[in-house]
Design a protein around this ligand. Sequence first.
Ligand SMILES: Nc1ncnc2c1ncn2[C@@H]1O[C@H](COP(=O)(O)OP(=O)(O)O)[C@@H](O)[C@H]1O
Ligand SMILES: [Mg+2]
Length: 243
Amino acid sequence: MKLLDIPFNDRRRRYLVVHPDGLSNQLAFSSTTTTQAFEALGSSRFFVSQDQKILAKVVPDKFPRRQAPLKWLLRDYLEKRWLGQTDARKEYRSLQVLRRAGLATPRCYGWGVSLNPGNHNGSLLLMEHVQNAQPGGEVFNKLDEQGRLAFLERFCLEVARLAGAGYAHRDLHYDNLLIDKNGDILWIDTHVRRLPTKSADQWPALKRSLTVTKLRGEAYHSLAETRLHALFIGDESAASHRG
Ligand SMILES: Nc1ncnc2c1ncn2[C@@H]1O[C@H](COP(=O)(O)OP(=O)(O)O)[C@@H](O)[C@H]1O
Ligand SMILES: [Mg+2]
């Protein structure tokens, strides 16, 4: 663990950084046009280090401290920050699950929490800023039909691989992955949940993680569902034969 005073756009913020990995004490972050574009794709705030190599993903409190003081105190301050439920910690752990399952993710430099009640950006994830990568949604939009089907196939293979390791993704949409300069998938905004232990409940849980809006239409949704079913049930019967 490491206590770091990090300037964000010249304003110093103190974070307790857990699992710090190769972080210098001289870190400083700022907003750029790149980080503003990232913010437009999601709900988190982003800052990039001076050397452009590290991306800080910051999640602000859900409740306003002055307008909803009790909710802010119990949920945002005590539960999330003191009881270890920050988004950054959950995302860090989910990234580890993905990596163990064999999926590619950006490198993580640690996660941090601010215990200062005056800092409403309590949750901080430090990760590799992947250069020359495009958000999956943008890539998907530009592809022709054949390309989209190939994209969906790779997507399903990876989702099935994660399911084979016992987990479902909680927010399965194309902008939660990046396509890197080699055309490979890198998983970014990850929050996973364990599949139920009862095997009859596993496929329904996995199926619920696919939605029509997130997969951009009923046709793609239905294709993904059929493919994932074949991959997952196939995996299961193979596993039961092995076991
Ligand atoms: N490590 C990263 N390297 C490069 N781009 C990233 C990285 N993490 C996120 N992004 C970009 O920022 C966008 C939003 O990130 P995401 O983690 O999904 O934020 P949110 O939690 O707000 O949804 C992504 O679609 C991607 O374009
Ligand atoms: Mg996202």
